[in-house]
Design a protein around this ligand. Structure first.
Ligand SMILES: C[S@@+](CC[C@H](N)C(=O)[O-])C[C@H]1O[C@@H](n2cnc3c(N)ncnc32)[C@H](O)[C@@H]1O
Length: 195
């Protein structure tokens, strides 16, 4: 059985509670601790398939908020007028959205690249995903907006964290309880984007 499908506690819980992925609990954990999404916010979810974070974000944005979710892989429909799903590459987001006006209060990215098994290549690809997410945030976040990005230990991740720090009023790093204990991922949380 693949790592993704291992039937651990959160995998079962996600099935029972109707979340599309166990990853949903990571965004819930961040939200409980840092309240990065507020009612009325418009949220951009980058690397969203199968849509666990999208579902969770919808729970927090209230009636007037919205969630735009993009992934290389098309998400199954979510029947909610507050939700917009895009099948595409986050690199092409400006073209896809047709604007370069910053219009999101929150950018969240759980993006990860397909693993090759070659350590150096996988580390470089992981940092590349985090850098792409940061670029997307820089283009799309409103002044004062919040940012959440998954990163992996190794490669030049410390360089990534260091270069991200000045862009936010506060930068935090968090190893989540809901992350599988075999993973070396952690999350970087930027509060208060300085445009
Ligand atoms: C771990 S999954 C996301 C899980 C999701 N947060 C959830 O809760 O269901 C990572 C996703 O990042 C996507 N991804 C990787 N590179 C991307 C890119 N350049 N543009 C859009 N999505 C990308 C992959 O297709 C993959 O579906």
């Amino acid at each position: 059985m693949s790592e993704y499908n291992r039937k651990d506690h959160l995998y079962q819980k996600a099935k029972e509670e109707g979340y599309r992925s166990r990853a949903a609990y990571k965004l819930i954990e961040v939200q409980d601790a840092y309240k990065i999404i507020k009612s009325g916010n418009s949220v951009l979810d980058v690397g969203a398939w199968p849509g666990g974070w999208t579902q969770v974000a919808l729970n927090y944005v209230g009636d007037s908020g919205s969630v735009t979710a993009i992934d290389l892989q098309a998400l199954d429909p979510i029947d909610d007028p507050r939700c917009k799903l895009i099948a595409g590459d986050a690199r092409d987001l400006e073209q896809i959205l047709g604007t370069n006006e910053p219009s999101f209060d929150v950018v969240v990215s759980d993006m990860s690249a397909k693993l090759t098994g070659i350590k150096e290549a996988d580390q470089a690809a992981a940092v590349g995903c985090a850098e792409l997410a940061l670029y997307v945030a820089q283009q799309n976040l409103k002044q004062g907006g919040n940012f959440l990005v998954k990163v992996f230990k190794g490669g030049d991740v410390e360089g990534f964290v260091k270069s991200t720090r000045p862009m936010f009023n506060k930068l935090l790093r968090s190893e989540l309880k809901s992350t599988r204990n075999t993973s070396n991922e952690f999350y970087v949380i930027g509060l208060g984007f300085k445009r």
